[in-house]
Design a protein around this ligand. Structure first.
Ligand code: DHK
Length: 156
């Protein structure tokens, strides 16, 4: 089925958190060999194919991620976020996402539930419309597809 909408349905912020700038060289057995640039290219292409415009950002700093999320209050219709290790620690990022009132899809490259126990809980999951983990970089594709569906439904 061709799910490509005839017109743009929204702008999406794709946010990657700490250490994800090292993708490709960081523990490749866990996180794969694709670089952050590869992931961002994949996100741009997927977004375009689903009628979305993606703005991809990465930061190692919690406050910078909070600031970027706040920008979504006026500039974006939805958020894809891999909060990295902040998933497991950051009430500030969770609160920022809740404040923005935009659909959020949380992505983890790895299956956090098969890893150390401290990774099993994510503060972000409670404010996410969907959570995708363990699908590698495909997770970003699934996340953008889900946002396209949610935003398309919202515009009908
Ligand atoms: C990425 C990280 O950097 C870790 O801290 C998380 C997540 C898992 C991922 O799988 O993408 O625990």
């Amino acid at each position: 089925m061709d799910r490509t909408p005839a017109r743009a349905i929204g702008r999406v912020l794709v946010l990657n958190g700490p250490n994800l700038n090292l993708l490709g060289t960081r523990e490749p057995a866990l996180y794969g060999s694709d670089t952050l640039a590869d992931v961002e290219k994949l996100c741009q292409e997927t977004a375009a194919a689903h009628g979305l415009e993606a703005d991809c950002r990465q930061s190692n700093h919690e406050g910078a991620l909070v600031d970027a999320i706040h920008e979504a209050r006026t500039g974006f219709d939805g958020i894809v976020i891999n909060p990295g290790a902040y998933s497991h620690t950051s009430v500030a990022i969770r609160d920022a996402l809740a404040a923005v009132e935009r659909p959020v899809v949380e992505v983890h490259l790895t299956n956090i539930h098969r890893r150390e126990e401290f990774r099993h809980h994510s503060y972000v999951s409670g404010v996410a419309a969907a959570v995708i983990c363990g699908a590698g970089t495909d997770g970003y594709v699934f996340a953008l597809m889900r946002l396209a569906t949610l935003l398309g439904e919202g515009s009908r």
